[in-house]
Design a binder for this molecule. Structure first.
Ligand SMILES: Nc1ncnc2c1ncn2[C@@H]1O[C@H](COP(=O)(O)OP(=O)(O)OP(=O)(O)O)[C@@H](O)[C@H]1O
Length: 242
């Protein structure tokens, strides 16, 4: 479903002249349909940047991201046009972070329902499903008609999740989706994610808590181990000094 080959990202910091940051290069991994790949590693190693390359918020510097899409068949997300990316995001790829970005003064219910409206649902159908999703994520009914900009961090995060999950995406990218949630709500989120996996959603994500990640991930890409093997391979290639 998702096959990443020799992926690299370099950031050039123009403010500091020639300085470059290369969080990763020659990174390869695969995720099967309905599988969850967790990405782990210390802060700054490149976890979020990998997710952003897959979602195409960042354009990779090298490598390919082969995705088996419903809209276009197999497609390299690293090479896809902006137009294709917009269509894929609308129809089948969702991305959740802990930060909610919404247009001000739109009630929570409509923020969540919007995704279904974009896919052709009627307002009534979309609102019924949005109510169901908000309920499942423990958002009290009093808040459904309030504006998410005023919500607590955890409430905003749940609206974010509701918005992504309601769309039943084919590919779901999660960056610390439970960072501000309490234990009970985290368990509800994990239950929803596991249900979606059973229905065929493929997922790739970062969780700050290994225990939480272990409850949903089928496989874990540990970037610390990957980096160590890269360094070892590079050392082997350096010819011995004579
Ligand atoms: N837009 C950007 N411009 C310049 N450098 C960036 C950019 N995005 C990320 N970086 C750098 O790339 C490296 C990897 O960042 P990234 O956010 O992917 O790490 P992370 O493993 O997700 O970290 P954390 O666990 O702290 O969120 C960092 O050194 C970061 O400063």
């Amino acid at each position: 479903m998702l096959k990443v080959q020799s992926l690299a990202k370099t950031f050039e910091l123009s403010m500091t002249g020639q300085m470059k940051i290369r969080p990763f290069r020659d990174l390869s991994f695969e995720v099967g349909r309905g599988q969850f790949l967790g990405i782990a590693g210390p802060s700054g190693i490149g976890k979020s940047s990998i997710l952003k390359c897959v979602y195409r918020t960042y354009l990779p510097t090298a490598g390919s991201i082969l995705y088996d899409s419903e809209l276009y068949g197999e497609l390299d997300l690293a090479q896809a046009t902006e137009r294709q990316i917009v269509h894929l995001r609308r129809a089948e790829i969702s991305y959740v972070t802990q930060f909610l970005k919404v247009i001000p003064r739109i009630p929570a219910l409509d923020v969540v329902a919007e995704r279904l409206l974009l896919r052709g649902a009627t307002m009534e159908e979309a609102r019924v499903q949005a109510q169901d999703m908000l309920q499942r994520l423990n958002i009290p009914q009093d808040l459904w008609s309030a504006f998410p900009a005023t919500f607590s961090g955890g409430e905003q995060q749940r609206v974010n999740l509701a918005r992504a999950l309601i769309a039943r995406p084919r590919l779901l990218i999660l960056d610390e989706p439970t960072a501000s949630l309490d234990h009970d709500t985290t368990l509800k989120v994990l239950q929803l994610l596991n249900e979606m996996k059973e229905q065929g959603t493929t997922m790739i994500g970062v969780f700050h808590d290994w225990d939480v990640m272990g409850r949903v991930a089928d496989d874990i890409l540990d970037l610390r181990i990957w980096q160590a093997s890269q360094n070892a391979a590079e050392t082997e290639q350096i010819p011995a000094a004579r």
